[in-house]
Design a binder for this molecule. Structure first.
Ligand SMILES: [Zn+2]
Length: 439
């Protein structure tokens, strides 16, 4: 099948734009990208053509998310991170049933797909229900269930071993399922999981070539007790302990010293940058410009919908650029092309998936069409301006159609794969129950 669009933005790490452009897809993958005339001249005459009104982009990759927390959207507002976790979130999460997570993820998947976000890297429990919801919604996810001690559960000895056994079983059963699921491992953070637990979780991931996902340096003081016990910053102690030796994704990573950044670069630790969550919770502004300069892989993430409060990655790419400019005091840093890269190729690279976030031969045929029929794209004087408009004046409202692995999941703004009325109703009722259990 050949998709012919007014523009194709391949997002392969440069500023190339094809106007008009075409993308050929066979099965779940992209086979060729070029001009319509060029592909027609050299392609199979039997190729079916689909006309796309607007620009075709790779689907966005959300590198850090707790999507089923749609169940807790708007709950416990205006609290700093640690109070919010301890007083609001964890007491409720202790009462979650698998079906709650299924519906929370289903509603989230509908929201993600409508915004053109075709992959999310999820850290959440009840992982089988989460996986079922992703597949039923026709989406794609990297699922990294996390080691974490919720209040009320037993904590003795190496309490994380039981979780790791369960995650290993989950990995064995479901990694690669339907070509849509990848399974990794997570440990919540160095302030909630002791160092031996972090070491063991990282090793379980590394042994399987799986992604290891954790929160690092999200708030200024969260590492103080860890540093007092282990005599170094969280990144430096984790680096020395071998925790960073595999495929590692460190979410937030705001409060990093130059030595921490050097450790990330040396061990190729990737960062999931969550500017909106970081701003809303007053956690801080991550040193994105310094991380990029050091060669660290970075992708954007929304974080959970209770600290954002949506799953709209379009908001993140603009805010990432704005906050980087404020932090540096320089309007020239983080140009539109870089911001867009953080949601596409850079985000795929950050989770170790070069086949995601790009339109190139061999990549997954995860794509979105963006309407150019909007004041946001006027004037359009050259290709560079298309990239500027995508970041600075467009938004998720202009996403019209979305495909995952070549299958259409959004048409004319309507999500085809989720019964949205039912999902809204289920999440609303379940959220009410979870609120009443605690209050
Ligand atoms: Zn998080």
């Amino acid at each position: 099948m050949r998709f012919v669009a007014d523009a194709v933005v391949p997002c392969t790490g440069d500023t190339a734009v094809l106007r008009p452009g075409a993308v050929e897809v066979a099965g779940e993958r992209v086979t060729r990208v070029g001009t319509p005339a060029g592909l027609r001249a050299t392609g199979d005459p039997g190729t079916r053509e689909v006309t796309v009104d607007g620009a075709l982009l790779p689907g966005f990759v959300n590198t850090h998310c707790h999507s089923p927390m749609t169940l807790f959207r708007g709950t416990g507002e205006n609290l700093p991170l640690l109070r919010w976790l301890h007083e609001v979130l964890w007491p409720r999460e202790a009462h979650l049933e698998p079906e709650d997570v299924y519906w929370g993820m289903t509603l989230a998947a509908a929201e993600l797909l409508a915004f053109g976000v075709t992959t999310s890297c999820e850290m959440y429990f009840h992982e089988d229900a989460n996986a079922d919801a992703v597949l039923d919604a026709g989406s794609r996810a990297v699922l990294t269930p996390g080691v974490l001690q919720l209040p009320g559960s037993e904590a003795a000895g190496s309490w994380w071993t039981a979780s790791l056994d369960r995650f290993a079983d989950f990995h064995a059963r479901r990694n690669g399922e339907a070509g849509r699921l990848e399974v990794g491992f997570a440990a919540h953070a160095a302030y909630t999981v002791p160092l031996p637990g972090l070491v063991d979780t990282a090793a379980a991931a590394r042994d399987r070539g799986a992604l290891f996902h954790l929160h690092v340096a999200e708030t200024a003081g969260e590492g103080d007790a860890f540093t007092a016990e282990h005599g170094g910053s969280v990144p430096q102690v984790l680096a020395d302990a071998g925790v960073f030796d595999g495929r590692v994704l460190a979410a937030h990573s705001i409060w990093l010293s130059p030595e921490d950044i050097a450790a990330y670069a040396a061990l190729d630790v990737a960062v999931a940058h969550c500017p909106q969550s970081n701003a809303k919770l007053a956690s801080g502004i991550a040193p994105v410009v310094d991380l990029l300069a050091a060669g660290v892989r970075i992708g954007l993430g929304t974080d959970g919908p209770a600290s954002n409060n949506d799953l709209d990655l379009w908001e993140e790419l603009r805010l990432a650029a704005m906050l980087a400019r404020l932090r540096q005091g320089d309007a020239g840093v983080l140009p539109a092309s870089t911001a867009l890269d953080l949601a596409t190729r850079g985000a795929g690279a950050a989770i170790g998936r070069p086949d995601l976030g790009v339109l190139a031969p061999g990549a997954m045929a995860d794509m979105m069409a963006v309407s150019l029929d909007d004041p946001a794209f006027v004037p359009l004087l050259d290709d560079a301006m298309l990239l500027e408009h995508l970041v600075w004046s467009a938004s998720s409202r202009l996403v019209t159609d979305v495909w995952v692995g070549g299958e259409q999941v959004v048409s004319d703004g309507v999500v085809l794969t989720v019964d949205l009325d039912r999902a809204r109703d289920e999440v609303g009722r379940r959220a009410e129950r979870l609120a009443s259990v605690v209050d």
